[in-house]
Design a binder for this molecule. Structure first.
Ligand SMILES: [Fe+2]
Length: 390
């Protein structure tokens, strides 16, 4: 994220002495990506950010996978899934590969454990609920429809104000806006479906007190994904100020401006973020395709390099009518097998008059109060990512 922010108390010159009113030196920490070669921030701690008193095994919730064999499309119903109530340890992994893991949780109202994901960035979609995420950078408020992007290795915890349905994309890489929407210096361009004003990061430091504070760390070893419980001598959320281009932020789906077309538009126009070997899209209510002979549902398609996962959040997805798909459903269309709309959906939408502007290109009919129709996550299984249609 190349959008610079400065929060709290930072010295005028980097890497110079920065002291509290009693003259004690703050500890400067550079948190940066790609080995000092990409986005970073400088954080000023009251305590020593590396001081731990213990490191123990944290037994992760079940991370095992079941092969999709024999090959078949799948329908998962997340609202029927039993999860824990902790926003971190209560997550259930529902789909995964080496590039990304999708998990789901219905939280209670207790704060989660302190946690950081050292494998990659997390992009957590808030299906419902509200609260805050307390991070080492400060507090980020969340509400229904938010994508909450938390950079790799950011210590944080979720504090729900009400039970919250959270759909987490845990990447093995970073998550960022699509490159084609960025200037060569990183500014979001005019044709992007959202801009910097829509990104909401921390606005003030969060200073916590405490000794022997536990933080759960998800990380990798030669044995695969594992967990460690690290105990810090002083509270890790002790940053008096920071500045830079690396920080957590939210983007609400209501602020995403859908792109429309005369004929059916492919999913890349709905893209919100990208990571290594996957993209995240949002299919929202929008003006129906307006060619006189438009078929405002997707054509059948085979994405030979990709699996497609759709999570149905709100509204009524036209292309899946009659399939049993409902709110809280996930559809998985694996690579190696063609897919497309229900045949009845094609007939119904072909006959529709083209002035029906709330029937949105077969993606959803009618605008819900939350505006979030569905969020789609798609993933390339091998090689470079290719454009893929949903
Ligand atoms: Fe598709």
């Amino acid at each position: 994220m190349a959008y610079y922010r400065s929060v709290g108390d930072v010295p005028p010159t980097r890497h110079t002495q920065h002291r509290d009113p009693e003259g004690r030196l703050y500890r400067e920490e550079l948190m940066g990506e790609e080995g000092f070669s990409s986005d970073s921030s400088l954080l000023y701690h009251r305590g020593v950010p590396s001081a731990i008193v213990a490191s123990e095994v944290w037994e992760l919730p079940d991370q095992s996978r079941t092969p999709n064999h024999p090959l078949a499309p799948r329908h998962l119903r997340l609202h029927d899934l039993e999860t824990g109530t902790d926003a971190v340890t209560g997550r259930r992994v529902v789909l995964a590969n080496n590039d990304v893991r999708l998990s789901y949780v219905l939280t209670g109202t207790e704060p989660s454990a302190y946690y950081r994901d050292a494998i990659g960035d997390e992009c957590v979609f808030v299906e419902s609920g509200s609260g805050v995420v307390e991070t080492v950078f400060g507090v980020v408020a969340y509400r229904a429809g938010d994508f909450v992007v938390i950079p790799r290795a950011t210590t944080h915890r979720w504090v729900p104000a009400e039970p919250s349905r959270l759909y987490a994309t845990e990447a093995s890489s970073h998550v960022a806006p699509p490159k084609r929407y960025l200037s060569r210096y990183g500014q979001l361009l005019e044709h992007a479906p959202y801009c910097e004003r829509d990104l909401h990061g921390p606005t003030a430091p969060l200073l916590q007190e405490g000794d022997d504070v536990e933080v759960l760390v998800k990380h990798r070893t030669s044995a695969g994904i594992v967990g460690t419980r690290m105990v810090y001598a002083t509270h890790p959320l002790d940053v008096v100020g920071w500045d830079g281009c690396l920080y957590p932020y939210t983007l609400n789906i209501d602020d995403y401006m859908p792109i429309t077309g005369k004929v059916h538009q492919p999913p890349p126009v709905h893209q919100v973020f990208e990571g290594w070997n996957f993209v995240i899209c949002a299919f929202l209510p929008r003006k129906v395709d307006y060619h006189p002979l438009a078929v405002p549902v997707p054509y059948y398609h085979s994405n030979v390099d990709s699996d497609e996962v759709m999570f149905y959040v709100a509204g009524d997805y036209e292309a899946r009518k009659g399939s049993g798909i409902g709110l809280g459903s996930i559809s998985l269309h694996p690579g190696g097998h063609a897919h497309g709309p229900q045949p009845s959906a094609i007939e119904n939408t072909s006959l529709r008059t083209l002035t029906s502007s709330t029937s949105c290109s077969g993606r959803s009919a009618g605008r819900s109060s939350t505006a979030a129709s569905n969020a789609c996550w798609r993933e390339s299984r091998t090689g470079p990512r290719r454009n893929i249609w949903c």
